[in-house]
Ligand binder design. Structure first.
Ligand code: SF4
Ligand code: SF4
Length: 353
């Protein structure tokens, strides 16, 4: 293979939220470098509870065959940054380390100009692609489309190498998905072009720094309680949906509660009411901010009161019901996406007790 890059290392950072396949994409990029590009390669990921909606960072490092990889720290100055969802905008560290040399790929339907401003990107080369739409059209997943985009944007990863690594790994395990996966990779490869953003001083360069919580797993006092709440109450999980949402038809609902039992995030809201002339807990609908789109509720509903639909074709803001138990009057999401937090005097006060 003709190489490729003129530095000691070529470094890639993937920024994502659980459920979009960034961890797998990182592993595949590592394998691609070592086995198909004749490079040295390493990859590792940092993620929390292995739950949809939690933040994921994946780090990939390539070096030429005569240069061993002797560092294992996170990628702080990426040559390429891949952002798996545009709702990660505003998260600490997402844009950290981006320089004029960085190529940034963002999964979004928005324009490069909009994304540049939304992410406050100081400079570099920006590629946007609606990977979710492409993935749905080709019956594959966002990570496959973005792998194709990474290959194209890199300028040195041939499309057939990506196809080979996918065929030799996922193809053996999931042969039925291969056609869609390969189509998605090709669509990602052929579907992007970059826009150079000059360093015009509009946004400052951001340095990558480790976030050290006041209390974490390694410094909380024995017997203490970690005050950084991480429950899904404080997380807006909308960004982990992959294009589909559950749609609720109240007229078909028999208030059996199956959706409430199976939903991992208390999305459906039940209040005291009346059903068939008797006092009953009544399902009044979903709080979509906590819905990550796993669609288990669709499978378990016995009356088809919940079906699934495309989020892009349904205005869910009209049918959204605020969580009746957990959201107080002055509760507001301060941010969206995984790891968002709430600003609520009462909630914060309670969590400190
Ligand atoms: S599972 Fe279906 S029928 Fe039962 S409460 Fe939920 S929406 Fe209603
Ligand atoms: S898709 Fe259904 S089960 Fe899954 S999180 Fe949303 S409401 Fe809950």
């Amino acid at each position: 293979m003709g190489v490729c890059f003129d530095k000691d290392y070529y470094e890639i950072r993937l920024e994502s939220i659980g459920g979009l396949g960034a961890n797998l994409a990182g592993k595949l990029l590592g394998e691609l470098g070592a086995l198909y590009l004749e490079l040295n390669a390493s990859s590792f990921a940092s993620y929390g509870s292995e739950k949809r909606g939690s933040p994921v960072k994946s780090f990939i490092r390539y070096s030429k065959p005569d240069k061993e990889i002797r560092i294992n720290c996170p990628v702080i100055s990426p040559d390429m940054l891949v952002i798996f969802h545009d709702r990660l905008a505003g998260k600490p560290l997402v844009m950290a380390g981006v320089s004029e040399q960085t190529k940034v790929i963002v999964n979004t339907k928005e324009s490069p100009e909009f994304i540049r401003n939304r992410f406050k990107m100081p400079a570099g080369e920006l590629f946007v692609i609606d990977a979710l739409k492409v993935a749905m059209e080709n019956k594959t997943r966002v990570n496959m489309v973005l792998l194709g985009a990474v290959a194209k944007a890199s300028g040195f990863i041939p499309l057939d190498s990506v196809e080979s690594v996918i065929s030799d790994t996922l193809g053996k395990k999931y042969p039925k998905s291969m056609e869609g996966n390969l189509k998605g990779i090709r669509a990602g490869f052929n579907g992007i072009s970059g826009v150079v953003i000059q360093n015009d001083g509009k946004y400052p360069f951001e340095k990558y720094e480790e976030v050290k919580r006041l209390w974490g797993y390694d410094n909380a006092p024995l017997g203490g309680v970690n005050p950084i709440f991480g429950s899904s109450v404080s997380n807006d999980l909308s960004a982990s949906r992959e294009g589909y949402v559950p749609l609720f038809d109240k007229d078909k609902c028999i208030n059996c509660g199956m959706c409430d039992i199976y939903c991992p995030d208390m999305v459906f809201q039940f209040v005291k009411g009346e059903y068939k002339g008797k006092e009953s807990m009544v399902n009044i609908g979903p709080d979509y901010r906590h819905c990550k789109g796993c669609l288990r509720c669709v499978e378990v509903c016995p009356t088809e009161a919940i079906t699934f639909g495309l989020e892009s074709e349904n205005d869910i803001s009209k049918t959204n019901v605020d969580n009746v138990d957990l959201l107080t009057d002055n509760f507001n999401f301060d941010d969206v996406g995984a790891n968002s937090w709430v600003e609520s005097v009462s909630y914060t006060t309670n969590s400190e007790n």
